[in-house]
Design a binder for this molecule. Structure first.
Ligand code: PNS
Length: 161
């Protein structure tokens, strides 16, 4: 039987930390569905379409990874997919509290779904989409922290806004 996992997030934008986690997840699960939350409340820098495009391009090498979008409850989308696990990245201890709350709430809503935490490579342990956006907005370099395609799109997008 195929084990499907879902890797949900905002991915605004995709970072090398996310890609590192996707590579790890793709090795373990038969199928990994990277699921972008369609949440306009968060006022994202990139549209969902842009994010789908970047993720699709950057995960092309993995035959068992696919990109999807969802709204509503994550557990509902996971059930729709037949996913057994939710993959989440955990960096520092500071991530733990939020991740713990989400994992427990998701477990309450869908006891059959396991949340699996993985750690990205140490060199990405401080990288977040939020900081990447902030640094780019303020004119700093994020080279090496995001894929070249994202870097290019980030520069263009920040110049626009
Ligand atoms: O990349 P992020 O912003 O940390 O991802 C958060 C995400 C998308 C995983 C989370 O907000 C989510 O699952 N939202 C869907 C709504 C939901 O299911 N909420 C209840 C779970 S606590």
């Amino acid at each position: 039987m195929q084990t499907i996992a879902i890797y949900p997030g905002t991915f605004d934008p995709l970072t090398n930390g996310h890609l590192d986690l996707i590579a790890r997840g793709a090795k373990i699960f038969d199928e990994l569905v990277v699921a972008i939350l369609r949440n306009e409340e968060k006022e994202p820098l990139f549209t969902v379409i842009d994010r789908v495009e970047m993720l699709t391009e950057e995960t092309r090498e993995y035959s068992n990874v696919r990109i999807a979008t969802f709204d509503g409850l994550l557990v509902d989308f996971a059930r729709e997919l037949g996913a057994k696990a939710v993959l989440r990245g955990i960096r520092a201890i500071s991530d733990y509290e939020y991740e713990f709350q989400m994992a427990m709430m998701n477990r309450r809503l869908a006891p059959e779904l396991e949340t699996i935490f993985m750690m990205p490579a140490e060199k990405y342990s401080y990288v977040s989409s939020r900081l990447v956006k902030q640094v780019v907005h303020l004119g700093g370099s994020v080279e090496g922290l995001v894929p070249p395609l994202v870097l290019q799109r980030l520069k263009a997008r920040v110049a626009e806004v």
